[in-house]
Design a protein around this ligand. Sequence first.
Ligand code: NAP
Length: 504
Amino acid sequence: MTTTIGIPEASTVAPRVYGQFIDGMMTEPSGDFIDRYAPGTGRLVARYSNGTVADIERAIAAARRAFDEGPWPHLSGMERARALLRVAEAMRDNKEHLARIEAEEVGKPIRMARGDVDGSAGLFEFAAAMAMAMHGDVHTTTLGDDFTALVAREPAGVAGLVTPWNFPLLLLAQKLPFAIGAGCTTVAKPASVTAGTTLEMGRLLNEAGVPAGVYNVVTGGGGTVGRILTESHDVDMISFTGSTEVGRLVIEASKGNLKRVSMELGGKSANIVFDDADLQDAIDGVMFGIYFNTGECCVSGSRLLVQESIADTFLDALVDRVRRLRVGQPLDDDAELGAIVHAEHMGKILEYVDVARQDGFRILTGGDRLTGGIYDGGLFLAPTIIDDVQPTSRVFQEEIFGPVLAVTRFRDTDDAIRLANDVEYGLANSVWTKNIDRALQVARSVRSGTVWVNTTIDGAPQLPGGGIRASGFGREMGQAGFDEFTQLKTIQIRSGKRSPYFKG
Ligand code: NAP
């Protein structure tokens, strides 16, 4: 049983219609649109212009000019930081507007969308601090006192920012302020179904005094404008977040000018619950891990590894809580889970549930699409738990990217570590235990970019995030995330007279 709540807000509002944001200006909408129907209601909420080759080339040229001719890369870090702080303030002032767009376009609960806006503004503020503090090093070297060596940190150049649909604003904010804080100029290519806030940011950056050409946005197909952006010889680096499959295409496309790439890709994270955990905390964490953002989260704890000795009791209590979750209209303040992003994705998730049934696994709760009442016209799925999942199965191995939890039992610590590592991904894992030795042993042994102990899906601007193995490489946020958008230049200076190398 899933509790239903609220009535979708009856809206007669006309769809938002966008052109491209190039060289500091929003272009006229092209007339060739990508129409976005809200997954919660089926209502047309946005029309994005379907970008052409000419659009993406103009955007790249604008970013190239703004980098090569300045002034942006040559401003002091302090000046760039001030602009970033003004953007952060503007985001907070426009919080309700941005949150509503995210909730409508992604289908995420508005409460979470507001959190995304706050988090995104916080990333601009943190990146401002990084920009202020950007510096190189001076070295003494084995060459002697007559030599001064400078290792300067410089902006990497024109950065292409390619983002997915699940956190359009937050994932842009994990890249954009770090890129422009470092002095780069950018071309963003948002996901085709959720481009609204990426475009809205153009206006906010303009108002904050960020010069034309520093931030450009082109909407359109990944296979067209996305591919051209990643192939372009005028682009110096690509910061990509998305699926492992498309990540491979981007790496391939980047080879022409050997541009730098950073890859934030898929995941199949585990919540590992030991019998000595605080079980109430663990239940809450497991639920948060898989149902936050309706399970459409790269770090979703989509696998539960639970110790045999407590498995039955733990699952009974978990199922009881999950059945009380409130799946609701994204714009309803009380909704805890929202809608699935689009029909094709809903089909993919339901197919995984079918595969689990065919494999003989037990659906403990959920597994079906929700219909009737507030769900009519929208794409809603009951939060789902599948028990007895075998490690070799597709449901254990593959990223489902929806509110579907796969449960597998383990005997002891070694067994838990083996199971956690038995997937190709390496994004994040969480361990729940009150035994510090065990917590550290697991944290050190699981292969992932992040490990949480007695918590999950927490993040802070100060901390780098990213994956290993099929989850990618490179880091976002923290000092490491800022450094991704910089390159080092070694400058060696000799003072006094050079001692001749050749005697003649
Ligand atoms: P996706 O299909 O890989 O798309 C990501 C972005 O790449 C979109 O903007 C897409 O444009 C674009 N794209 C598609 N084909 C392209 C190509 N040939 N060249 C250049 N760009 C191309 O991913 P998604 O379905 O939007 O998002 C879900 C995936 O993102 C999941 O796998 C999830 O795990 C991953 N993700 C990872 C992280 C992380 O931090 N590790 C965070 C969030 C999500 P179109 O929309 O036009 O196709």
